[in-house]
Every structure is written in structure tokens, then in C-alpha cells.
Design a protein around this ligand. Structure first.
Ligand SMILES: Nc1ncnc2c1ncn2[C@@H]1O[C@H](COP(=O)(O)OP(=O)(O)O)[C@@H](O)[C@H]1O
Ligand SMILES: [Mg+2]
Length: 264
């Protein structure tokens, strides 16, 4: 009889590892330096907001993270696999299996039911049990009762929930959302963020581009871009948790300084 060796837990690589990432677009004779050396690690179950002014490189970064585009310099490892220099067809395969997208404009097929909209990408990536997975995903966003509705029979918030279900059904490693609440009123935006919150609580890794402070505040980490560079990277728990030790620890017995964080 062959003894089975004990299984050792191998630490899993970060979901995302970017090292000195650059993206240069060529427009005629002009070069646009959209990303200028982004180094960034994102672990499983992080809940990240990416902020920054228009033109700072947010969408460029999301497109690369989502394997829609490749960098012109630097490295991108997705779960340990170098995806910086793959062919379009290999990237498409990775997108289908590992990335869930949510867009500002929902991007649903208009003459197709919610259920079919959720099912369709799984057809391309050859996933099995598509109907069951689509129904489960719609249930998770609390939209099972609208499965047979067409997009024009749904509210904005419901459309975005269908889009979220479509991303979830693929059971992706990461969900990338570019301004997911940008086309919604604030109450509906909150409703969508509540779904993101619960996905985070269930272990999903989430990256959300937003220019709205109240949306970013729901995330656990905020990364701010300016001119294609990271100018700020704060983990909220680090900043706000009263139990987090600070670098300049007060001597034992010293009064705890009152926090000034969060004051308007
Ligand atoms: N496909 C493209 N071709 C050329 N320039 C682009 C392209 N996409 C974006 N850019 C430029 O790259 C910079 C970053 O754009 P983008 O990533 O869309 O910023 P953001 O999403 O933060 O508004 C901008 O200067 C923009 O004009
Ligand atoms: Mg953008």
C-alpha cells in the first residue's frame, strides 16, 4: 500500500501583481503615456476602489487588468500567470474564465431576456450547466422574478443587477466594474453597492472604478491615479480601525488621541 504524503498548504499567489506597468498609446506621431509605472498587488477578497480625474488612466488600467489589452511595458501576473504578452486568443480565454466585467452602460443585449443575457458569455467560454448557473446568479442578485424580462422592461438598477449576474455566473477570480453606478440615481447606486458589499463578504475579489467618494468609501482600499501614476493607496482598515497599531505608538498609559479621520 502506498502511503499518501501529507498535503501541505501552498500559499496561493496574489490575484493581481503589477510591476512597473506602462501603457503608451500611439496616436499618429504623438505618444500618449497613459500608465507610467504602476506597481500594485491585490490579494484575494480585496475590495478596491480606483479613483482619479478624467484621463488619469483608470479605464486603461481596467482594460489591462481585464485582459482586454496588454501593457507596453512591465509585468502583469494574474494568479501567478504572466499575462502581459499573450496573444489575443489566449487573452480571450483568460477573460472568459477569470474575469467578470460590469460597465457603466450595462452592455446588455436588448432583444434578449435577462436569463439569456446571463447565459450567453458562458456559451462562448464553454461552461457547462449554463442554465443552472445563470439562474443561481440571478437569484444571488435577487432578480429571479425578472429572468424572462427584456432589458427595456427593467429599471436601471435591475439592468445593472443582470450585468452583475452575468459576471458572477462565470465564477470569475475578479470582478472589474468601471463606473458601475455612473448611470444610476444615488438610491439605486446604493442598492448596487449593497450587492457588491455582500459579494465581498462572500469572498469575491472586487475592483471598482468610481469618481464618487461615497461609493469609494464602501470599499476597503482606495487607489488614486493621477497622470497614469498611483499617488495614493490607502487600506481603510489601516486608517480607521481604532485597534490598528500606528507606526509611532504612544507610550503605555498615554491618552489615546482622538481621531480626526472622517471629519468633513
Ligand atoms: N485607445 C486610446 N488611444 C489613444 N489614447 C488613449 C486611448 N485610450 C485612452 N487614451 C488616453 O490615455 C489617457 C488615459 O485615458 P483613460 O484610461 O481612458 O482615463 P480615465 O478612464 O481615467 O478617464 C488619456 O490621455 C486618454 O486620452
Ligand atoms: Mg474611464
Amino acid at each position: 500500500m502506498i502511503a499518501t504524503p501529507p498535503i501541505r498548504a501552498v500559499p496561493s499567489p496574489p490575484v493581481i501583481e503589477l510591476v512597473d506597468l506602462h501603457k503608451v498609446y500611439r496616436v499618429g506621431v504623438e505618444l500618449v503615456h497613459a500608465l507610467q509605472g504602476i506597481t500594485l498587488t491585490i490579494q484575494e477578497n480585496e475590495y478596491v476602489a480606483i479613483m482619479g480625474p478624467s484621463g488619469s488612466g483608470k479605464s486603461t488600467l481596467m482594460n489591462i487588468l481585464g485582459c482586454l489589452d496588454v501593457p507596453t511595458g512591465g509585468d502583469y501576473r494574474l494568479r501567478g500567470q504572466d499575462v502581459s504578452r499573450l496573444s489575443q486568443s489566449k487573452l480571450a480565454l483568460i477573460r472568459g474564465r477569470q474575469i467578470g466585467f460590469v460597465f457603466q452602460s450595462f452592455e446588455l443585449l436588448p432583444r434578449t431576456t435577462a436569463l439569456k443575457n446571463v447565459e450567453l458569455p458562458m456559451t462562448y467560454s464553454g461552461v457547462r450547466h449554463r442554465r443552472r448557473r445563470a439562474l443561481e446568479a440571478l437569484k444571488r442578485v435577487n432578480l429571479l422574478d425578472r429572468a424572462h424580462h427584456h432589458p427595456n422592461q427593467l429599471s436601471g438598477g435591475q439592468k445593472q443587477r443582470v450585468a452583475l449576474a452575468r459576471a458572477l455566473a462565470q465564477q470569475p477570480d475578479i470582478i472589474l466594474a468601471d463606473e458601475p453606478t455612473g448611470n444610476l440615481d444615488s438610491a439605486t447606486g446604493e442598492e448596487i453597492m449593497a450587492v457588491f458589499d455582500s459579494l465581498h463578504a462572500e469572498g469575491q475579489t472586487l475592483i471598482i472604478v468610481t469618481h464618487e467618494d461615497h461609493i469609494a468609501r464602501r470599499c476597503r482600499r482606495i487607489i488614486r491615479l493621477i497622470d497614469g501614476r498611483i499617488v495614493l493607496d490607502t487600506a481603510r482598515g489601516d486608517v480607521w480601525s481604532p485597534t490598528t497599531p500606528t507606526l509611532t505608538a504612544a507610550p503605555a498609559g498615554a491618552p489615546v488621541p482622538s481621531s480626526t479621520e472622517g471629519t468633513p
